[in-house]
Ligand binder design. Structure first.
Ligand code: URA
Length: 249
């Protein structure tokens, strides 16, 4: 690392609330001998994309809706959803998505937690506050990006979403992606990455690479909630976010 890279790394760490540097040799050795991700575009994998499902009858054929109108149409289509069992398992409201309808960068998480269920906005709890810092660390604001989840309703006790719930809900995420047309999608955590990429590979193997996904570049990284429990993994997330920054240029 040269001086500028060290300074940049330290700034990222301090913005994310890392208070000190570990003296533990095991920590310092992490990554030694680990394969480095190749240059951007290296190891690109093509992932089959899902068909676009246009919001039914939302606009006359001769009028193409703006992205904001398109998103509103999808939200209207979802309505007060009762398509899967989560509607009867204690969810307060649907957490659709937030941010710029024309964002170049989109983040996809797993499912709303308690705070998101109360406020109706994705990533507003502790993990969300860390996500906001991660976004700001690459020079963007929350309003510049779009944030959504695979699942729009909170699963009880924050359990993992079940297969039928994913299958019912993910077409709405696909519509959001197809309307926003982001250049880059960051899949946050194991669940988001595995669902989008249709794989059971662990997030530690998926991250550090770029995937083709629905016309965007997809970068998997660790979930902010995981980072709260494992702060030393912020280093890998910073690598992933630098990759994102390069892809956005
Ligand atoms: N975790 C997620 O995956 N999504 C949220 O919106 C909040 C926490």
């Amino acid at each position: 690392m040269d001086r500028d890279q060290v300074a940049e790394h330290l700034k990222f760490a301090s913005e994310l609330g890392v208070a000190g540097v570990s003296r533990d040799p095991a920590w310092r050795e992490r990554g030694v001998g680990r394969e480095r991700p190749g240059p951007v575009g290296d190891g690109l994998q093509t992932v089959p994309t899902q068909g676009t499902v246009p919001p039914p009858g939302a606009f006359p054929l001769h009028m193409s809706p703006s992205p904001a109108e398109g998103l509103t149409a999808v939200r209207t289509e979802i309505g007060d959803c009762t398509r899967c069992k989560l509607h009867g398992l204690g969810r307060r409201q649907i957490v659709f998505g937030v941010g710029s309808p024309t964002a170049d960068l989109m983040f996809v998480g797993e499912a709303p937690g308690h705070d998101e269920d109360v406020q109706g906005i994705p990533f507003v709890g502790r993990a969300g506050q860390l996500l906001t810092k991660i976004i700001e660390a690459i020079g963007l604001k929350r309003e510049d990006v779009y944030i959504a989840n695979v699942i729009k309703c909170r699963p009880p006790e924050n359990r993992n979403p079940e297969r039928d719930e994913v299958e019912t809900c993910e077409p709405f995420l696909f519509q959001q992606i197809d309307i926003i047309k982001p250049k880059v999608i960051v899949a946050l955590g194991k669940f988001g990455a595995q669902t989008l990429l249709r794989t059971l590979d662990p997030i530690s193997r998926l991250r550090g690479r770029v995937y083709e996904y629905r016309g965007a570049k997809l970068v998997p990284t660790f979930h902010p909630a995981y980072l709260l429990r494992n702060p030393s993994s912020k280093r890998e997330v910073w690598e992933d976010m630098k990759l994102v920054r390069t892809l956005l240029k």
